[in-house]
Write a protein that binds this ligand. Structure first.
Ligand code: FUC
Length: 765
């Protein structure tokens, strides 16, 4: 299969709606390009355009009532506890403002009457450019749109094969919150506004240059007339970053327009490719050949009709990497529920940061798929949460450290958000997010990062729990009041409830966090006392328990689930992304399988992100066939034709979780070994992947044939002992390797040296 088919989304029709448009982004500035012929529409976003200002929303009555709520829960008076908790704990006001669109860029082309021929629009992931091509009356037109991280601007380049052939008007709008535009000079307009009385002020600025013809501003349009080629540059920003957004945007746009357009394009592509082209993936199985030449929407339709298209899965994989680069770059905010692409002023769930699974999932592909830089905005978000999280820890729980609940937004809010307390009263957001810092260290081995940025935050997240946890009569240390996101239980008496002490997920997150802090502090040779306290506390944190259906119990009691097919599978955190449940704990491993099967047999996996989590879990269970079936289902049931995740209308976590799932099927590196092809399905008979990363700073390229590994090249960036695990015996010339067989797989242990490359080939059978 050609690289082009692995990295190109293309269509023969313009987008009819937002869910068919194609995304461009540089981390903070984004556009959805419709590719319409005479009336182009590019829906715009900027990552700091959120409604409303910062507020302290911690409920002032919380600390006073906390002991009473805990007592009620300990005594089994769930309804009474919930009744009080709703009033005493949830934030005031209940919600914070949403992430909103920046506006629209509208281009209207004159002389576009006549039959449109040879229409094609595409997004090339290798170049990060959307292109629209067509001809009218024998004139060939081309439009190229990209968001440059180098120049911090969106560029729209218009060309045609006839001199003086382009006449176009451009304006900016923001319906229904249109505040109009101002004219800055004869080629520049700016749309300024504010997101609520205490919200950020924004500016979106558009400027143009042309070859031949003329440019002027007429009314609130930039008019380009009889040009041979034209370039529009759009810059945007808010008072979240800039003292004077319009001034800053004008500087950015002027600087970009002063460069030859070829230079803008070349700089953008060089920068993008230095990150994106670190990986390649080719998957081959029966039936691919016909599909590869079809437009992307046709390929997806064929998939939905039952066809299996391995090339489309490879494209989907790379698309996840493209989207991460487009929505999360050093200096940008973290990718929210929609990355940065949002068309709604009141989007579902405010398009915020939901941190009881969704935003963590956004970052699952970051390390393994060789985009560790893109992880940085998440770390900034965690640092930001720390300030308000300290206040929430103190005001609500009377504890040290910092805490966050299930949602946050532009201002790093950590209060118990919302009135739907099935999700709200859950104090584990910061704990889970902090584990991403540890993962970054495990993959890259950057000790300075761990010492200065990672560990101090992990430690503060853990410290909160040392003050907050409650010891019960059995000597167990329990979280609570808390819940198992976002399910309800049914008690033996037939009563439903959600608020409880010590839900399984909380204990599993604590296990992972305390273990990470213990290892990190030992590694950094610091905080011996704290390490002792965490080690002692860890012994008292409940372990996973197996319930009456042979499942991992979701709560401390073996309650029935109100929704046995619930989309959240919180009680399997320990299987993925946690590591407490592995083959080394065979009873739990089996129970984890039982848990997924039970969820699925009751209709589980019905949202894209839930399906994506299931793929990752099956991969951890080393069941490639199940993982593959759910990957197919992700594309068949939860994917729009622009390959964005369909969670009406759109949520980006399914894309990122799907990409991570494919990686997890091909490579796992938890549990002390680099496990090659741990969950390879039969359908991926043949394939090749380059640029994957394993924990321990190891680059992995490999190829396989007839379902068996052919060769693997390892490129360590750190020196140390390394173990690889495979189904086939491998040989590496001139390397002293210790080989042993465990759980039916070959294990090869050797000493790896940074900067060397190690090529292993399958031993002849
Ligand atoms: C949780 C999920 C929903 C959605 C929302 C952002 O409430 O259960 O499916 O993903 O977060």
């Amino acid at each position: 299969m050609k690289r082009e088919q692995e990295v190109r989304l293309w269509y023969q029709k313009p987008a009819e709606n937002w869910e068919q448009a194609l995304p461009v982004g540089n981390g903070r500035l984004g556009g959805m390009v419709y590719g319409r012929v005479a009336q182009e529409l590019i829906a715009l976003n900027e990552d700091t355009v959120w409604y409303g200002g910062p507020r302290d929303r911690n409920n002032p009555d919380a600390a006073k009532h906390l002991p009473e709520i805990r007592r009620l829960l300990m005594e089994g008076q769930v309804q009474e506890a919930q009744h009080l908790a709703k009033m005493a704990l949830t934030s005031i006001p209940k919600y914070f403002g949403p992430y909103q669109p920046l506006g629209d860029l509208n281009l209207t082309f004159a002389h576009h009457r006549g039959e449109v021929k040879d229409y094609e629009r595409e997004l090339n992931l290798d170049t990060a450019v959307v292109a629209v091509k067509y001809s009218i009356n024998g004139v060939k037109y081309k439009r190229e749109i990209f968001c440059s991280a180098v120049d911090q601007a969106m560029v729209v380049r218009l060309t045609c094969d006839r001199p003086y052939g382009i006449t176009v008007s451009a304006n900016l709008s923001r319906r229904p919150f249109d505040g109009g535009t101002v004219t800055l000079d004869d080629r520049t307009i700016a749309m300024n506004g504010q997101c609520g009385p205490d919200g950020v002020q924004f500016s979106a600025l558009l400027s143009a240059s042309a070859e031949d013809g003329q440019i002027r501003v007429v009314g609130d349009f930039i008019s380009v007339e009889r040009a041979s080629a034209a370039t529009f540059v759009l810059s945007a920003g808010t008072t979240f970053r800039y003292g004077n957004p319009q001034e800053e945007c004008a500087l950015i746009a002027a600087k970009a327009l002063a460069k030859p357009v070829d230079e803008l394009i070349a700089a953008h592509q060089t920068d993008h490719q230095s990150l994106f082209c670190r990986m390649s993936l080719q998957l081959a199985g029966p039936g691919d050949e016909d599909a590869a030449v079809l437009p992307t929407d046709e390929r997806l339709k064929r998939m939905q009709a039952g066809y299996e298209d391995q090339g489309l899965l490879a494209l989907y994989f790379q698309y996840g990497r493209y989207l991460l680069l487009g929505s999360s770059r050093p200096g940008s905010l973290a990718a929210n529920l929609q990355g940065i692409w949002n068309a709604n002023y009141t989007p579902p769930w405010e398009s915020k940061y939901t941190i009881n699974i969704n935003i963590q999932m956004n970052y699952w592909p970051a390390e393994v798929c060789n985009l560790a830089e893109c992880h940085a905005p998440l770390f900034d978000l965690i640092s930001h949460l720390r300030e308000s999280g300290r206040r929430t820890a103190k005001q609500v729980y009377g504890a040290r450290g910092f805490v966050a609940h299930h949602n946050t937004g532009l201002w790093g809010d950590t209060a118990i958000d919302g009135i739907i307390i099935k999700s709200s009263i859950w104090p584990m957001g910061a704990a889970w997010l902090s584990l991403h810092l540890w993962e970054h260290y495990r993959y890259g081995g950057d000790r300075q990062f761990l010492a200065e940025q990672g560990y101090p935050i992990m430690k503060e997240a853990a410290q909160f729990f040392l003050d907050y946890l409650t010891e019960d009569e059995q000597g167990r240390l329990l979280t609570g009041p808390s819940l198992s996101p976002e399910n309800e239980f049914v008690t033996g008496e037939g009563e439903t409830g959600f608020l409880c002490m010590g839900p399984s997920m909380d204990s599993q997150i604590l296990h992972q966090l305390f273990t990470a802090c213990i290892e990190a502090s030992a590694e950094l040779e610091t905080d011996g006392d704290l390490r002792g306290q965490l080690t002692a506390a860890l012994e008292k944190v409940p372990q996973p328990q197996i319930g009456k259906y042979g499942q991992i119990m979701e709560w401390l009691e073996d309650y029935e689930e109100a929704e046995p097919g619930h989309r959240h599978i919180s009680q399997l955190f320990a299987l993925h992304p946690g590591e407490q449940i592995t083959e080394r704990t065979p009873d739990w491993f089996q129970a984890a399988r039982q848990t997924i099967e039970r969820r699925l047999s009751h209709g589980g996996g019905h949202t894209g992100w839930s399906r994506a989590w299931i793929i990752n879990m099956w991969a951890r269970l080393q069941d490639g066939e199940e993982a593959y079936q759910h990957l197919l289902a992700l594309l068949r049931k939860s994917t729009h034709i622009n390959l964005l995740d369909d969670h009406p209308p759109f949520q980006i976590d399914g894309n990122f979780g799907g990409t991570a799932g494919i990686a997890e099927m091909l490579l796992q590196s938890h549990g002390g070994a680099i496990h090659l092809l741990p969950a390879l399905p039969k359908a991926w008979e043949e394939g090749e992947i380059t640029g994957l990363r394993a924990r321990g700073g190891i680059g992995v390229d490999m190829s396989w044939k007839d379902g068996k590994l052919v060769s693997v090249a390892l490129t360590p960036t750190l020196s140390g002992p390394c173990t690889i695990r495979t189904k086939q015996e491998l040989l590496c010339e001139d390397l002293s390797v210790e080989t042993y067989v465990e759980r039916g797989d070959f294990h090869l242990r050797f000493q790896a040296f940074a900067g060397q490359s190690y090529l292993f080939r399958r031993a002849s059978e």
